[in-house]
Design a protein around this ligand. Sequence first.
Ligand code: PGA
Length: 249
Amino acid sequence: MINRKFLIAGNWKMNGMFDSISEVCKIDQYSKKLNCDLALCLPNTIIYKAHENISHEKLIIGAQNCHHEESGAFTGDISAKMLKNAGAKVIIVGHSERRQNYFENNELINRKATSVINSGLQVIICIGETEEEKNNGQTNDVVCSQLRNSIPVISNGENTVIAYEPIWAIGTGRIPSLKEIQGVHSQLRLLITEIKGTETANKMRILYGGSVKPNNAKDIFALEDVDGALVGGASLKSEDFLGIANLCP
Ligand code: PGA
């Protein structure tokens, strides 16, 4: 059995004001007692304030998206380097809400992920199938094609984390069966082995995301190829987020 350190990453999406920093601080204080790694991917507007207020012992602050270029004439955009400057240590790319709402494809996500890594940050690359694809038995094909095409050449077990998030499970309270989750994760691990070799595949963390709550996390975390969670709704309240983090083996 290979020991990968669990990562519990929160994705606050478009939520959070300056007064939410108190919630970040509660998570920061408690996180020192945890065995797992902990990250909060916040809206860009509060990253620096969170960075200024945490202890920098365990919890790291992150962002939810970035532009693929470092700087330039891209009105309204923000680069990985700028987010790093504000205090981010990790950036999510390829979340299904961006793939769907902004038509981001694997090629663009690959470029964004490359830019994150080149900036010296860790990247969380999201992949996941729609409900229709699942019902058509296409889950493995879809997620493997997404991973193959969006993982950068420079990715390794330290700078890259994969998050499997079935789109139909996000914010719905529904999750795949435990057998299905393990099936997809082991398939992804096999693909990483094929692309990057066994050593990297053994190191690279694969998170599950989509309606992870304190009442279902324990069983998900017991699965062999699950190395943590990407948590949306339940990351907004410190009790729920820490309740999930506390269940890491
Ligand atoms: P959820 O979101 O935990 O609210 O389902 C997960 C995500 O979108 O990353």
